[in-house]
Design a protein around this ligand. Sequence first.
Ligand code: CNA
Length: 445
Amino acid sequence: MNRSKASRDKKAPQSPVTRMTRGSSSQARPTDPAEAQDDGPGPHAKQRRKQTHSALAQDLSQMSVSRLDCLPTSDGDVCRSGGHSSGSGSGRSSRSAPAAKSSSLGGLASVARLVKLGRCRNVVVVAGAGISTASGIPDFRTPGTGLYANLEKYNIPYPEAIFNIDYFSNDPQPFFSLAKALYPGSHRPNYIHYFVRMLHNKGLLLRMYTQNIDGLEKLCGLPEDKLVEAHGSFATAACHLCYTAFPADEAKRAIMNDNVPICTFCAATVKPDVVFFGEDLPQKYFLHTKDFPKADLLMIMGTSLQIEPFASLVNTVRSTVPRLLLNRHAVGPFQKVPLRRGDHMELGDLEDTVRRFTTMLGWNEEIEQLMRTQETPIIPPLGGSLSVSGQTSSPSRGAPEPPGAMETSKSRAGGQRAAIINSGGEEETDSETDSKSSASSCQSN
Ligand code: CNA
């Protein structure tokens, strides 16, 4: 993939969207188009909508509603009935609350019922780091275990600095140190990834939008065209300054050996194509403009919905479309009480929840079988070693690398040859990149 900004801009049908934290991003947040998009796109929309609306209305009316005044949020705080956000002092009194829909009392079952009835054939999945914690990869924000709680060793002024492009530009070492731990290769997809794969196998997945950079979605066999890695991946690399492509395997080798990969074209630091705060999201991200209005079920899993513009995607499905949040905490629009009609959440451990969901759907055996199949030994390339799934540092629940998911990183056409300098000797300035990926890389050197 050509990383030059010029070529990216030329192709871009929309203005580039930059990744930012929610706190700094109000201008990047799309207004909630849910209502506006109610009419749906395309000439068949009206007819389809009529059918779907009446059917959904019937099903939604049967969905259970429970009373919850306080919902846990990602801050460990609560949000209040009446829509006060956490921390708003005056809203904390206990009002006799409007009903809030709870997850555990039927939401999951209701959505499972819709799926079983064939009402959800264009499922969009929105995911974050929480889907990979069962594979042994820490998320960002979970207190205690999240990466942000464990960054002392990187000597950075504030947690987000590690993914800040300007900070990287001046000092890439903190990110490279973290990258060594995050590089794909030592973790396996878990049951949650295979659940999404099963959605695809059943022909129900319109697209998965992931913020994750671990490549586990592809490792479980989700086809490239079903996946949008909105925050990029390690599968490709480029100069952060001039965007000249750089062989991903050479970048990985350098970083793993505490060296700095250097662009031979401009001598700036090369960076894996993970999207940093302040960088544009990949072109593929713009598929959302077509996908979300088409969705008939939105599943949001394992994300704090703190990073824009990604977080606001969840507001771009039609207002009648059921949204199911599976997470430890209420996040984003699910912090407001009462929830939007058709919104459901199931709070708790994600893998447990997904297992309950698939049991309701009658898919559990099939998923287990799929995971077992993926444990088939991989025939290695000439000179390679036999790789058997499951043999990694990931927790027992992780599944192994599927056949065909082996490292495919190759030098891209037009890419510069690697120039690697010892980290002790060099300081580089500037950075940037974009994202995308091919196969997840696991090849170590
Ligand atoms: P986050 O802000 O750390 O939020 C994760 C969410 O998942 C939180 O709300 C957690 O409560 C929840 N969660 C974590 N584990 C579980 C579990 N077992 N069961 C239920 N819920 C759970 O991470 P986001 O994804 O929202 O933030 C986006 C960032 C994180 C992206 O830019 C990623 O690049 C970045 N990230 C990715 C990875 C990865 O690729 N695996 C790891 C760490 C960070």
